[in-house]
Design a protein around this ligand. Structure first.
Ligand SMILES: [Zn+2]
Length: 405
């Protein structure tokens, strides 16, 4: 289905989600390491395991704070290049261990993003209210989004304004849900119950939308994937879950084998003992695909790596959809996105789309934060888009300045 034509495309980065209380990418590591203080549980095990990997590979103490850690881009680039080419990274981390490192960090980030959003919702800070005002003031029938972020801030705000998450991800993602768990009272033995749990979570596809509801859908193109997406490696279908189910997906990423590998590297025994495995299964059985209940669905997120794995079908579709959306819109509004050099593939997409148009888009940039970072952002845009970036199109005072314009 072609993507809906809209008047304004908002191109958003981590600065946009920070209005909802989510950390900027540079603070992800600290937010992730908060689980060190936990006494037990999967988050604590994951953080201890990843800290050990950072100790072995980058010679950083397992007690160091996030600001002493290498950038996530450097971590993911080394992990991805090694694991994807079938190489060890140091004697202790074989490719399978490195994939566990990748899943562990992603799982922790998904959970952290979800928790940060919930804390933001509770605190209702002035910037949270500003974001709410922004969504209620724009015409959602004439707006589309291209998001660099994995979080579900846009989806949740659309749901709030339209009563339901009317979203078109532009990559043929199928709306789906997870069935309720079987009741343990219906089974005579624990073994029977566990067997039922293992086969219980075949995702259910949502009903197709009516034409009227389809017309309400807002294009939300997520070129780096989304924390509420699950992908089947067998039939290659992509499912999207309700944004409130993100923490279930974080659990889904970590398998029993991952727990065993973490246990081995940490030199611990019985971390993932039988009871833990049963408890994990009870609280969160694997989500399975509709094509066959033998295939566990996995997350698909393009990591922070400098060489992002964008060759999966849904990423290709998303990138085409972003181009289509940008080709037709009158206005491109960049919100909380600094146009970094690491996003060279996306910058090339912007540049070729801009130059291919007979009528060029109006470009606006909304930036916030400290004066030095606002200056740097303005410099980035001026060097990339030229003289169109002026005091009347660059809003250094953030969303509030933009909304007053
Ligand atoms: Zn499948």
């Amino acid at each position: 289905m072609p993507i809906k034509k809209v008047k304004t495309v908002y191109i958003v980065g981590a600065g946009f989600s920070s209005y909802a209380g989510l950390p900027l990418t540079t603070n992800f590591t600290d937010a992730m390491l908060k689980a060190r203080g936990f006494s037990a549980g999967p988050s604590k095990l994951i953080v201890d395991f990843v800290s050990q990997f950072i100790r072995d590979s980058f010679d950083i103490s397992t007690k160091a704070t996030g600001d002493k850690w290498p950038d996530l881009e450097d971590i993911f680039t080394c992990v991805d290049l090694s694991a994807n080419s079938g190489h060890h990274l140091g004697g202790r981390f074989a490719p399978a261990d490195l994939r566990t490192v990748r899943r562990s960090i992603l799982s922790r980030i998904i959970r952290m993003l979800d928790q940060s959003y919930k804390s933001g919702r509770k605190a209702k800070t002035p910037s949270w209210l500003l974001l709410d005002n922004f969504f209620s003031s724009i015409d959602l029938t004439q707006s589309g989004f291209v998001s660099m972020n994995w979080d579900n801030v846009i989806e949740r705000k659309i749901q709030l304004n339209l009563g339901s998450p009317f979203i078109d991800y532009g990559c043929d993602a199928i709306a789906a849900g997870v069935p309720d768990l079987p009741n343990s009272d219906d089974y005579t033995t624990d073994k029977q119950y566990l067997k039922a749990l293992q086969k219980a979570r075949v995702v259910s596809q949502g009903k197709p939308l009516s034409d009227a509801d389809s017309a309400k859908c807002v294009p939300v193109i997520k070129i780096h994937g989304s924390i509420n997406w699950l992908y089947c490696d067998n039939c290659r279908r992509l499912f999207w879950m309700h944004p409130d189910q993100a923490s279930m997906i974080a659990d889904q990423l970590i398998t029993t084998e991952d727990l065993r590998r973490m246990e081995k590297i940490l030199g611990k025994k019985n971390v993932a003992n039988k009871q833990d495995t049963i408890d994990k299964l009870k609280s969160n059985p694997p989500m399975l695909c509709v094509c066959t209940d033998d295939v566990r669905l996995g997350a698909r997120i393009a990591t922070f790596s400098y060489r992002k794995a964008l060759e999966f079908p849904m990423f290709q579709k998303s990138w085409f959809a972003a181009e289509e959306l940008l080709r037709e819109a009158e206005e491109w509004v960049f919100l909380g996105y600094s146009l970094p050099a690491a996003d060279f593939e996306f910058k090339y997409l912007l540049k070729r789309t801009q130059l291919s148009r007979s009528v060029k888009p109006i470009i606006k940039v909304v930036s916030g934060g400290k004066p030095a970072s606002i200056r740097a952002t303005r410099g980035n845009y001026a060097k990339f888009f030229g003289r169109g970036i002026t005091t009347s199109t660059f809003f250094g005072g953030g969303l509030s300045a933009f909304m007053k314009s």
